[in-house]
Design a protein around this ligand. Sequence first.
Ligand SMILES: *Cc1c(COP(=O)(O)O)cnc(C)c1O
Length: 342
Amino acid sequence: MNIARFPRIHFAHLPTPLERLDRLSKELGGPEIWIKRDDCTGLSTGGNKTRKLEFLMAEAQAQGADMVITQGATQSNHARQTAAIAAKMGFACHILLEDRTGSKDANYNENGNVFLDFLHGATVERRPGGVDMHAEMEAVAATLRAQGRKVYTIPGGGSNPTGALGYVNCAFELLSQANDRSLAIDHIVHATGSAGTQAGLVAGLKAMNANIPLLGIGVRAPKQKQEESVYKLACATAEKLGCAGVVQRADVVANTDYVGKGYGIPAASTIEAIRMFAELEGILLDPVYSGKGAAGLIDLIRKGHFKKGERIVFIHTGGSTALFGYLPAFDAMAHAADQATA
Ligand SMILES: *Cc1c(COP(=O)(O)O)cnc(C)c1O
């Protein structure tokens, strides 16, 4: 395995910090919790898509593209990071946003990531929830190609074997940081959605024979479906790396108990996790991904699944920009705080 063989444009702020969360660890009274700050990758408020885009945008450039198209839900962090790197590279960027939650709230539809998409100069089209977004994107790309545009399409979440290389690289980076400080990691936990993050991490950890269990906390699909899509992409990524066969089906584990009512709809546990990280550690999570991932982490510690003496690394995949699209979800909480101080 040799990542330097793959075209890559270096724009992420790497390595991202690996920090211990003393107050959260104490509050929960269980394992030692560490955080890998992939919310600090540097591109337009950061996040996990930046690592994937280092490889995807290199491929776009190698193919002579002058425009990228991608798609996601209204508050897509992936769309925002794609718009930002397209701006930096002088590419046009076109985004298709799916109304996956049905929210009519103005902040959800115009603020947060949507505001930043526009600020980075991207053009945006909307689609109703439930349509085949990949097919919609390919149709728009075909029209633009017929008009002479040199278009590179990026799948939702940047999740294909090229994008997943970014998280193979993160697995290396994390292991090397842990080795430098003799931190023997017992578990890695993070939010999993379009599968590229977990697939890249699994492929990288297995290729290094790291022997560290990885748990993806689901934000949308049921367990079986989520694990299947991660497994398929992890196998394809391992093959791309030149180590086909290193990933076994049992290496891919997702827990989808913290989705709540659905994708993009924060549960009470999501809000609690966001509040705990904000109040105990000064760290901002998000209502769609990292808040649900952290809710899983917190609950599994409370239930004794992760034990005292173990060292857990939570990979913070970013997304705090979406907080500004979710103000009503925090209303009840703000109200309760007002009453407490009255
Ligand atoms: C996209 C995203 C994830 C999930 O990563 P996938 O590679 O799509 O599984 C997690 N957290 C945040 C903040 C994201 O934007």
